[in-house]
Structures are given as structure tokens and as C-alpha cells.
Write a protein that binds this ligand. Structure first.
Ligand code: FPP
Length: 236
């Protein structure tokens, strides 16, 4: 069987479980989110080293606006400090940063800060790191549909949804024990391999990424077709 790791892949991560991680230790949820941010850097580094070409992280869904204002403020503040702390090292290590999602509802100055980080890292070629923030896959699909015409080819429609030309998701990892997509990359994940790592996100380490990649390498991807092992050559 051919390995699934022979080409650069697009991996996506639903980083779930920050709140429970904190609550179980008697800490405020905000500390779970802070620990969640700390877990990101080694995973991005490991992803780049393992040949992941695009990594999309789900940091704030459009439905997260339903959370208490204090928690929303923490998450907004964390994106600010994350960009402040990481942009320079992204430039040095070849990370191209992109933020997907709406920008018109973010607190003052954040959209400009994102645009500046994207501009500064635009030449990065080692890995394309995409942060999904105020992101809803259904809203993206709807927005693309509103701009389209009846005969728009599927690939072009797909590009309107992704916005930045990112490839389809190959591997989608979710931590935290739930088994759902939560309105994340619905169009792009049509043939994604789903891997669930039963740890809370702040406890996720590069070893767990390796575990997910090993599972991915064992999966046989058929994209609706057949392989020789299925007897593809012997239909009649
Ligand atoms: C889920 O935990 C996590 C999120 C709401 C998004 C992930 C956010 C981070 C890792 C921090 C922000 C990242 C950046 C880059 C600014 P949860 O609160 O749903 O956990 P629970 O299910 O245990 O309550």
C-alpha cells in the first residue's frame, strides 16, 4: 500500500478541551485557553518537520460568540498576544500565517494586526499556518454561493470558499473526546481522514501528532473509487 505521507498534506486541528482541562484542576477556564496557546508552538514546528504543508487550527468559531463576554475577551486578547509573540519567529522559521474567518466583528485594531502579521509572513514557504477565527464553514459556503452563478465550476466554487487557495483537508484531528465537525472546513473536508485524540488540547504534544499521522498512513484513501486491492481490475 502506498504511504499517505509521500506528499505535503493539509492537516486541520479542532483544539477542544481547554475549559475542561482547567476546570478539572480547579483553575479558571481562561488558564485552560492560555495553556492551549502554549501547546500550539511545538505542534506547528513538528508539523513543518513532518511534511505537513498546511495546518489549519480552529481557534474561535462564529458560534463561540455565545460564550460569556469575559471568556470572549480572553480569547480575543490571546489572539493579540499570540500574534505579537510569534510573528517575528514565523518570519525567521518560514511560517506563512493566514487567518480565515470574519474580521468585521473583531475588537478595534485586531483586524489590522492580523493583516500586518499576514503581510510580514507572506514569503514563508516551510508551512502555511492558518488560524480559523470567527470562522463558520456554513457561512463561508453561503458567502461563496451568493457570489456565484449557476454554472460556476466546482473547483472555482471551492476556491471561493477557502479564500486563499488552500488544498482540501487530508487529515482532520480533534482533541477533547467529542466526535463532531462543529462547522469547521465542511466543504474542504469531504474526503478528510478523521482522527480523534482523546486528550484535552493543552495536553496535546508532537507525539500525539505523530500518533495521528501514523493512523493517517494506515488509512486507505479511495476518494470514492476502488484500489487494486478491491479488485478494481476484475469488475466483470
Ligand atoms: C475549545 O476549548 C477551545 C477553543 C474555544 C478554541 C481553542 C483556543 C485556543 C487553543 C486558544 C486560542 C488560540 C489562539 C491562537 C488565540 P473549550 O473551551 O471548548 O473546552 P471545553 O470543551 O473543555 O469547554
Amino acid at each position: 500500500m502506498q504511504s499517505n505521507l509521500h506528499k505535503k498534506i493539509h492537516a486541520a486541528l479542532i483544539m477542544d478541551g481547554n475549559g475542561r482541562w482547567a476546570t478539572w484542576q480547579g483553575l479558571p477556564r481562561s488558564e485552560g485557553h492560555e495553556a492551549g496557546v502554549r501547546a500550539i508552538r511545538p505542534v506547528v514546528e513538528a508539523a513543518a518537520d513532518r511534511g505537513i504543508g498546511t495546518l489549519t487550527l480552529y481557534a474561535f468559531s462564529s458560534d463561540n460568540w455565545r460564550r460569556p463576554q469575559a471568556e470572549i475577551d480572553v480569547l480575543m486578547g490571546l489572539l493579540r498576544t499570540y500574534l505579537d509573540a510569534e510573528t517575528k519567529s514565523f518570519v525567521e522559521t518560514g511560517v506563512r500565517l493566514g487567518v480565515i474567518g470574519r474580521r468585521d466583528r473583531l475588537p478595534d485594531g485586531l483586524a489590522e494586526q492580523i493583516a500586518e502579521a499576514e503581510r510580514m509572513t507572506a514569503a514563508g514557504e516551510r508551512i502555511h499556518l492558518r488560524i480559523a477565527f470567527d470562522y463558520s464553514a456554513r457561512d463561508r459556503i453561503l458567502a461563496a454561493a451568493r457570489q456565484t452563478w449557476p454554472h460556476t465550476p466546482r473547483d472555482e466554487f471551492g476556491r471561493m470558499i477557502t479564500g486563499d487557495g488552500a488544498a482540501d483537508v487530508d487529515l482532520l484531528i480533534r482533541t477533547g473526546g467529542e466526535r463532531r465537525l462543529s462547522d469547521f472546513l465542511l466543504f474542504e473536508s469531504a474526503y478528510a481522514e478523521l482522527v480523534f485524540i482523546d486528550r484535552m488540547w493543552p495536553d496535546f504534544r508532537p507525539d500525539h501528532l505523530d500518533e495521528a499521522l501514523a493512523e493517517f498512513a494506515r488509512r486507505q484513501r479511495r476518494f470514492g473509487g476502488l484500489t487494486d486491492a478491491d479488485g478494481a481490475a476484475k469488475v466483470a
